[in-house]
Design a protein around this ligand. Structure first.
Ligand code: NAP
Length: 507
């Protein structure tokens, strides 16, 4: 077993110079020759807390070249060693979860407890990936299963890496959702270029420290920083990249799929998850799921509950209880672990406000909220929302919960499926047979019965249909997506063959 023998606090300091963070190429933390940096502001108090490098195209080229040159060494590294490296990285993350969670809290305004648990959950993904990787295998198929082929042909299939994988994460889980790509990519034998989101870049930069310390050779894991709008297309379209694993908005994901050409893609995109609440639902389970699903991290989650479709027999009491609980949510400084904190930018607040204004102008009933201070938007519940209102279809990525009252299950299915998104759906009812039937009709990746939509546990498959994604994540599925089968066919001759007479076999 590898031992942890560093003062990692000092290592944390090594990737920055004052407020300026570096990018990582071939094991070295460097400043960009552009001389330009991008400021990172704390969304709560708007103070600049750090600056990241705005890398140039030439630096992208160099990084990708290094990653390509490192492929041979990494693929030759025994799987058992790659697994050991993931385990050691996970231990380091756990050890540093508090200070790193504190950085995460400052750069994206996530409540401190959730920020620390994001680091811990990422360590769990590294461990879980290491566990699963021990059973990565292949298969042997004898030829005689297929008409016209005999046992003198046999295929041996095993998995090989794809090459260089570009991992791009979103601002809302910048550590976890880049980590969930990096771990399977590396264990499968790929080298990696990570491009962190510009909001939320600092925390994932620390993967460079953890992985180096755990034993990843220089050049196998590299980090390019810069605005997606400036270097994103160049990175994605680069001929040196073999696969793009991306989490972010549907708009960016769809654009990226056009730029990427023939490269395999793994896309986790936006959602508009609907909670269908039938008359017989358990009220308290439903209320608790809706509150935590809609308002955790101020609604800035892909799998947030983004609309509720209640049946007539439960709608009034459900809305009343949801409003009661919404008014009890704590609001304010993420350092004090308030549920509702700042949205990532004031532009995002304007967008959310636009959705609320549109709904109110078109006749929705305001039950609570609709107040803003700085980047903090008060949690807002809207009743009597109709399908003519934007908030019925658009992803707010903020604390706004529309109730669209329905008359029957068929109407709920129709409204759910008319969305351009297809991430998850929820059904709350005691009638499991009916729930299962509705689940079969919903055009989404996952249906939750009597629970809020969520990503995870991380060994479950996770995917979106329509504009919500492409490909499937989850520990096993991610490793499979980031590797491919290699088939070797043995064509045997009669030489040395033992011939037995049995009357059935005729060549
Ligand atoms: P975003 O604006 O699409 O950005 C995501 C990432 O893409 C960032 O790293 C961004 O870099 C980069 N990027 C931007 N333009 C690019 C380009 N042309 N080429 C390559 N990369 C580019 O999304 P976000 O605001 O960070 O995240 C919120 C969205 O993510 C929501 O829609 C949410 O539903 C979705 N999301 C989905 C899941 C899921 O699992 N399905 C999970 C979390 C979030 P810059 O920051 O430098 O622009």
């Amino acid at each position: 077993m590898l031992s942890i023998n560093l003062n990692i606090d000092e290592k944390f300091e090594s990737l920055k110079d004052g407020m300026d963070y570096s990018y990582l190429i071939n094991g070295n933390w460097e400043k960009s020759s552009s001389g330009k940096t991008i400021p990172i502001r704390n969304p709560y108090n708007k103070e600049i807390i750090a600056q990241i490098q705005a890398c140039t195209r030439e630096e992208v080229d160099n990084c990708i070249k290094i990653a390509r040159d490192s492929m041979e060494c990494w693929v030759e590294t025994p799987l058992s060693k790659r697994i050991e490296i993931l385990r050691k990285s996970a231990r380091l993350m756990r050890e540093m979860a508090e200070p790193l969670g504190n950085i995460l809290m400052q750069e994206i305004g996530k409540p401190i407890k959730s920020a620390i648990s994001e680091i811990m959950r990422t360590a769990d993904i590294f461990e879980g990936t290491a566990d699963f990787a021990t059973s990565i295998g292949g298969e042997t198929i004898m030829g005689d299963a297929f008409e016209g082929t005999a046992r003198d042909k046999l295929s041996i299939t095993y998995r090989v890496p794809l090459g260089v994988i570009l991992c791009i994460g979103p601002f809302n889980y910048p550590f976890n959702l880049t980590g969930s790509k990096i771990a399977p990519a590396l264990v499968a034998g790929n080298t990696v270029i990570m491009k962190p989101p510009s909001f939320g870049a600092i925390t994932p930069l620390h993967f460079g420290i953890f992985l180096e310390e755990a034993g990843v050779p220089p050049g196998v894991f590299n980090i390019i920083t810069g605005r997606g709008s400036e270097i994103g297309d160049y990175l994605t379209g680069h001929s040196g990249i073999n696969m793009v694993a991306f989490t972010g908005s549907s708009e960016t994901g769809i654009h990226l799929s056009k730029v990427a050409g023939m490269k395999p893609l793994l896309l986790e995109l936006g959602g508009k998850d609907a909670a269908i609440v039938l008359d017989d639902a358990d009220l308290e389970i439903t209320v608790n799921s809706i509150i935590s699903g809609a308002f955790s991290f101020s609604g800035q989650r892909c799998t947030a509950v983004k609309r509720v479709l209640p049946m007539p027999g439960i709608a009034d009491k459900l809305i009343e209880r949801v409003v009661e609980e919404t008014k009890n949510l704590s609001i304010g400084d993420p350092a004090e672990n308030n549920t509702i904190g700042p949205l990532i930018t004031s532009k995002q607040c304007d967008y959310v406000q636009g959705l609320i204004d549109d709904a109110l102008q078109k006749g929705a009933t305001l039950k609570c909220g609709n107040r803003r201070e700085g980047n903090i938007m008060w949690p807002t519940v809207l009743d009597h929302v109709t399908t003519e209102m934007r908030v019925a279809w658009e992803e707010p990525f903020g604390p706004v919960l529309p109730f669209i009252r329905i008359q029957n299950a068929e109407q709920a299915i129709k409204i759910s499926n008319e969305s351009m998104y297809g991430l998850q759906g929820m059904i709350f009812t005691e009638n499991i047979d009916l729930a299962f039937n509705i689940a079969q009709e919903l055009e989404v990746g996952t249906v939750q019965i009597n629970g809020k939509s969520s990503r995870g546990p991380d060994h479950f498959p996770f995917l979106g249909t329509k504009s919500s994604g492409l490909g499937t994540q989850g520990i096993k599925c991610s490793i499979e997506s980031m590797s491919r089968p290699k088939v070797v066919v043995m064509n045997l001759t009669e030489k040395g063959k033992l011939i037995r007479e049995c009357g059935v076999y005729e060549k």
